[in-house]
Write a protein that binds this ligand. Structure first.
Ligand code: TYM
Length: 324
């Protein structure tokens, strides 16, 4: 079986962009790929975290994976900091990563602007740790949203560089980015991606927003000029809302456009709000029904499986490099 590897940072609550751009695709992949889905807590600490909140967020992300349909009988769900080889391989890859290529990473540039008071080495080195997360497991594909493409490309470069210096060690992975949903935009500003760290909560629908709040955010969402419900290059706001509608309802954008022919924005937003709140209610019922101890046991099992693969890969890496 081919392998898929991906991860999410346990910072704030996950939003519709995380689901539609990444986790929805993971759920589909788990039947045909040996899948490993990580909670990347070592990445989260590149921004200052409150320890109590972080601890809870790690558990919440695990619950989110499960409630969205990641099945622990099919996929391995694990916590990055519980597999020490992630940090170990990151160090090794640091010795072949170039300063210049890390300086070009747009996520680093964005975060360095957002967190001027804390531009730490971890923030700069973040993409190398992400490369280690991936390369330890030899996946063929890395299912992510569009914003992570540059990091997966760096991962490919590092894998090729290592392989050509020390002999074939790593599979060179492909990013797997679906066209629909790869970049869900902010509800309050369709020129920027939906983001957990947006300054206004009207930017995103969190998966844990109450249905009421979610419906309000949708009613406030920015729209384009004109009055017809249609997608297109000149209609970034409607295209985004139609994409969300389509992915959550399983209907094509064309069909939704047809359904709203002759109707206005108010009707459309009402329909979208219904679709979103139905999805959230179903998700939240599953999320709330999960027992903390059972979730911790699933993580422990996943950590063990991931460690076994990662240990073998690190042994190979060390042998190839001449580390005793
Ligand atoms: P993170 O935690 O920011 O986001 C998790 C996943 O959600 C996707 N995503 C989006 N997709 C569509 N529209 C959006 N507005 C949107 N916002 C976020 C992201 O592309 C991502 O797939 N560096 C990664 C985490 C990571 C990782 C890895 C991923 C660490 N190690 C190894 C894959 C493999 C990140 O910050 O994702």
């Amino acid at each position: 079986m081919k392998r898929a590897v991906s991860g999410v940072q346990p910072t704030n609550n996950l939003h519709l962009g995380n689901y539609l751009g990444a986790i929805k695709n993971w759920v589909e992949l788990q039947d045909s790929y040996d899948s490993l889905y990580c909670i990347v807590d070592l990445h989260a600490i590149t921004i200052k975290q409150d320890p109590k909140v972080l601890r809870q967020n790690v558990l919440n992300v695990a619950k989110t994976y499960l409630a969205l349909g990641i099945n622990p009988d099919k996929s391995t769900i694990f916590v990055q900091s519980h597999v020490p080889q992630h940090a170990e391989l990151a160090w090794v890859l640091n010795t072949i990563a170039k300063l210049g290529e890390l300086e070009r990473m747009t996520q680093f540039k964005d975060k360095a602007t957002q967190h001027k008071e804390n531009i730490n080495m971890g923030l700069f080195d973040y993409p190398v740790l992400m490369s280690a997360d991936i390369l330890l497991y030899d996946p063929e594909v890395v299912p992510v949203g569009e914003d992570q493409k540059q990091h997966v490309e760096l991962t490919r470069d590092l894998a090729e560089r290592f392989n050509s210096s020390y002999g074939k060690t790593f599979v060179v992975p492909e990013p797997l980015i679906k066209k629909e949903g790869a970049r869900i935009m902010g509800l309050d500003d369709p020129s920027k991606k939906m983001s957990k760290s947006a300054s206004s909560a009207n930017n995103y629908v969190s998966l844990l927003d109450s249905p009421d709040i979610a419906a309000k955010k949708i009613s406030k969402a920015v729209t384009d000029s004109g009055s017809t419900i249609e997608s297109g290059k000149d209609k970034p706001a409607l295209t985004n809302l139609l994409t969300i509608y389509s992915l959550l309802s399983g209907q094509s954008i064309k069909n939704i456009e047809k359904e709203y022919t002759g109707k206005g924005y108010a009707d459309f937003k009402k329909g979208l709000a219904n679709t979103v709140t139905e999805f959230l209610s179903d998700f939240q019922a599953k999320f709330n029904a999960l027992d903390d101890n059972k979730v911790k046991a699933i993580l422990e099992e996943g950590n063990k499986k991931a460690r076994a693969i990662a240990e073998a890969k690190m042994t190979d890496v060390k042998t190839k490099m001449g580390l005793l």
